[in-house]
Design a protein around this ligand. Structure first.
Ligand code: HEC
Ligand code: HEC
Ligand code: HEC
Ligand code: HEC
Length: 480
C-alpha cells in the first residue's frame, strides 16, 4: 500500500471552509445578529473561577449527534456531524470590542459570556500566559503594544506580560491560532479551518470506555506535539457536565471500525521476556524514536507506557500490524519483525502499567511546524522526516532532542557528499540499523514506494546542495 500522506492535513471541504467572501460575509452577518447585542458594551465578564458543575445551558441534554453539532466537535474532527451554522462570534473586529487586557484574561480562562447561546461555548485550550499574550497581539493586530489602556487589573497584567515575554509576538499568535484551529469555529479573514484532531468515526473500536469518559471530562495530551505531529494541536476542554460526558461517550463508543487484528490473545510475559522486550525496544527497534516509555524516547506519537489504559487490545495489535489501515494518514510505518518479536512486543505493551503523566508541550518553546512544500518530496519530507531531521535538514526538528543519537544533518554538504544515493536509499528503506547507525531511524520501506524514497534522496541532495561521491555516480544512477 502506498502512503499518500495524511488525508487530513488540509483545509476541510464544505462546511468547514469559511474563507470565501460570500460565506465569510454571511457568517459575519449572522455572527453580528447573534452576538452583536450582547457585546454592545464591549466588556467581557471579569475573569473568575469557572462555574464548576453547573451545566452551561439549561434544559435537557440533547442526543449525541445534536450535542456534537451544537458544541462544534466536527470543527476539528472528521467523522463527526458538522455544525450547521455559525455559533461563535467572528474575530475580525474583536480587538475593537475588547481591550487587550480583557482578551488576555479571557483566553487563559474563557467564561461563558452570553446567555441564550444554546450549548455553544468557548472551550479552554489551557493556554498559558505567553501563549495567550501572543494570541491577544495577533487578534488585536499588534495594537496591544501601544493601545493598552493601562487601567484596571487586566490591563496591568497584560502590560506586565508584555514586558516579560518579548518572544510572544503577533506572528507567534497567528501560528497558535492556526495550530489550535480557532478558525474551525470562528471566522477570521485569511484563516482556514483544518482537521486538527483524529478521525473519530472508529473511536468505539479504539478507546477504552473508562479512559474515554475521563478524557472528555478532562482532556490531557495524548500526542504531545499535536495530532498531525508538529502542529501542536490540542483537544480543548469544553467543561462538559457529567450528563454531557455520558451522552458523548455513549455516542462515540457506538462508532466502530473493522480492525486487522489476529485472534490469539497474547500470553502473559515472564519477567525474563519483559526484560528482553525492553532491551529490544532500547537497542534494536525504532519505536522509541517516536514514542516515549517511562520518559525515554521521542514525542511524535503517544506515550506507550499506558497505552493499554487508553486502547483496546485489538486496536493496539492492528496498529502494530498495519498502522496505515488502522489510523489513516499516520506517519507511523509498519516495522517488519519476526513473528516471535511481534508477539513479544505486543504482549509487553498489553501488560504494561505506567505512571507517566502526559505532558502538555509549550507552543512557544516548541516551534510549531506545519509541513509545506513546493514539491511532493519536500512535503513528504516535512511530514515524515522533519520531526527529527529538521525542516531544512539541520537535524533540529522538535523531536531531535529526545533521541540518544542526533539525526544525520542532511544539510551538511561535507557529510552527505560522502554518502552514495544507494546508501541513503537503503537507510530510508530498511532503517538506521542496516547502515550500522542508530536503530531509532525507522524503516520506511513498508510505507513508502520506491519512487517516494528516490524522491526523498533527491530532496536530501537539494538540502545539502551536493552530489554523491564520484565513484557512486557513474553508472550508479540507473540501478534501481
Ligand atoms: C479545536 C479543535 C477540537 C475540537 C473543537 C474538538 N476536538 Fe477532540 N481532539 C482535538 C485534538 C487535537 C485531539 C488530539 C489530542 C491529542 O492527541 O493529544 C482530540 C482528541 C479527541 C479524542 C481522543 C481521540 C483518540 O482516540 O485519541 C476524542 C474522543 C475527542 N477529541 C472528542 C471530541 C469531542 C466529543 C468534541 C466536542 C465536544 C471535540 N473532540 C472537539 C481537537 C479538537
Ligand atoms: C468549538 C468551537 C470553538 C473553538 C475551536 C474556539 N472557539 Fe472561541 N468561542 C466559541 C464560542 C461558542 C464563543 C462564544 C462563547 C460565549 O459567548 O460564551 C467563543 C468566544 C471567543 C471569544 C470571545 C469573542 C467575543 O466576541 O465575545 C474569543 C476572543 C475567542 N473565542 C477566541 C478563540 C481562540 C483564540 C480560539 C483558538 C485558540 C478559539 N476561540 C477557538 C467557540 C470556539
Ligand atoms: C515514525 C514514527 C513512529 C514509529 C517509528 C513508530 N510509531 Fe507508533 N505511532 C506513531 C504515531 C504518530 C502514532 C499515533 C497515531 C494516531 O494518531 O492515531 C502511533 C501510534 C501507535 C500506537 C497506538 C497508540 C495510541 O494510543 O493510539 C501503538 C500501540 C504504537 N504506535 C506502537 C508502536 C510500536 C510498538 C512501534 C515500533 C515497532 C512504533 N509504534 C513505531 C509514530 C510512530
Ligand atoms: C524518529 C526520528 C527520525 C525520523 C522520523 C527519521 N529519521 Fe532519519 N535518522 C534518524 C537518526 C537518529 C539517524 C541516524 C544517525 C546516526 O546514527 O548517525 C538517521 C539517519 C538517516 C539517514 C542515514 C544517513 C547516513 O548516514 O547515510 C538517512 C538517509 C535518513 N535518516 C533519512 C530519513 C528520511 C528520508 C526520513 C523520512 C522519511 C527520516 N530519515 C526520518 C532519525 C530519524
Amino acid at each position: 500500500m502506498r502512503w499518500r500522506g495524511p488525508p487530513l492535513l488540509r483545509p476541510n471541504a464544505g462546511s468547514l471552509r469559511r474563507t470565501s467572501v460570500v460565506g465569510a460575509g454571511a457568517l459575519l452577518l449572522s455572527a453580528v445578529l447573534l452576538w452583536g447585542c450582547d457585546s454592545a458594551d464591549g466588556t467581557l465578564p471579569p475573569p473568575q473561577a469557572p462555574p464548576a458543575a453547573a451545566p452551561i445551558a439549561a434544559g435537557p441534554v440533547p442526543a449525541g449527534e445534536e450535542l456534537i453539532r451544537e458544541l462544534g466537535c466536527g470543527a476539528c474532527h472528521a467523522g463527526l456531524p458538522a455544525r450547521g451554522q455559525a455559533a461563535a462570534p467572528g474575530l475580525d473586529d474583536v480587538g475593537q470590542r475588547y481591550t487587550p487586557g480583557q482578551l488576555f484574561a479571557y483566553l487563559q480562562n474563557p467564561q461563558p459570556a452570553r446567555s441564550g447561546s444554546a450549548r455553544a461555548r468557548m472551550p479552554d485550550f489551557h493556554l498559558d500566559e505567553r501563549e495567550s499574550l501572543a494570541l491577544t497581539l495577533y487578534l488585536t493586530d499588534g495594537r496591544g503594544r501601544r493601545a493598552g489602556r493601562g487601567e484596571g487589573d487586566a490591563e496591568r497584567a497584560f502590560e506586565q506580560a508584555q514586558r516579560q515575554h518579548r518572544e510572544s509576538d503577533a506572528e507567534l499568535g497567528r501560528a497558535i491560532f492556526r495550530s489550535q484551529n480557532c478558525a474551525g469555529c470562528h471566522v477570521r479573514s485569511g484563516e482556514d479551518a483544518w482537521a486538527a484532531g483524529p478521525l473519530l468515526s472508529g473511536e468505539g473500536s479504539r478507546a477504552e470506555p473508562e479512559w474515554l469518559r475521563e478524557f472528555l471530562r478532562n482532556p490531557t495530551p495524548v500526542r504531545p506535539f499535536g495530532f498531525q505531529p508538529g502542529t501542536g494541536s490540542r483537544m480543548p476542554d469544553f467543561r462538559l457536565s457529567a450528563e454531557e460526558v455520558d451522552t458523548l461517550g455513549a455516542y462515540l463508543m457506538r462508532q466502530t471500525q473493522p480492525l486487522a487484528a489476529g485472534t490469539q490473545p497474547p500470553r502473559e510475559l515472564s519477567p525474563f521476556a519483559r526484560a528482553k522486550a525492553e532491551a529490544l525496544l532500547r537497542e534494536q527497534l525504532p519505536c522509541l524514536g517516536c514514542h516515549a516509555i517511562d520518559g525515554e524516547g521521542g514525542r511524535i506519537g503517544p506515550d506507550l507506557a499506558r497505552v493499554r489504559e487508553r486502547r483496546q487490545p485489538a486496536y493496539i495489535e492492528a496498529m502494530l500490524r498495519d498502522p496505515q489501515a488502522t489510523s489513516p494518514g499516520t506517519v507511523m510505518p509498519p516495522t517488519p519483525m519476526p513473528p516471535e518479536t511481534f508477539e513479544l512486543i505486543l504482549g509487553y505493551l498489553l501488560g504494561r502499567e505506567g505512571a507517566t503523566e502526559p505532558e502538555r508541550l509549550s507552543l512557544v518553546e516548541n516551534r510549531i511546524h506545519f509541513p509545506q512544500g513546493r514539491s511532493n518530496e519536500e512535503l513528504l519530507y516535512g511530514r515524515v522526516c522533519a520531526a527529527c531531521h529538521g525542516p531544512q535538514g539541520g537535524a533540529d526538528g522538535y523531536n531531535a532532542r529526545f533521541l540518544p543519537t542526533p539525526p544525520t544533518v542532511h544539510a551538511s554538504a561535507e557529510y552527505i557528499s560522502l554518502r552514495p544515493d544507494d546508501t541513503m536509499y537503503d537507510g530510508i528503506h530498511s532503517g538506521g540499523r542496516i547502515l550500522n547507525r542508530s536503530p531509532r531511524m525507522p524503516a520506511f520501506g513498508a510505507m513508502l514506494g520506491r519512487e517516494q524514497i528516490r524522491g526523498l534522496v533527491r530532496h536530501i541532495r537539494e538540502l545539502c546542495r551536493c552530489d554523491g561521491p564520484r565513484w557512486a555516480r557513474d553508472g550508479g544512477e540507473g540501478r534501481r
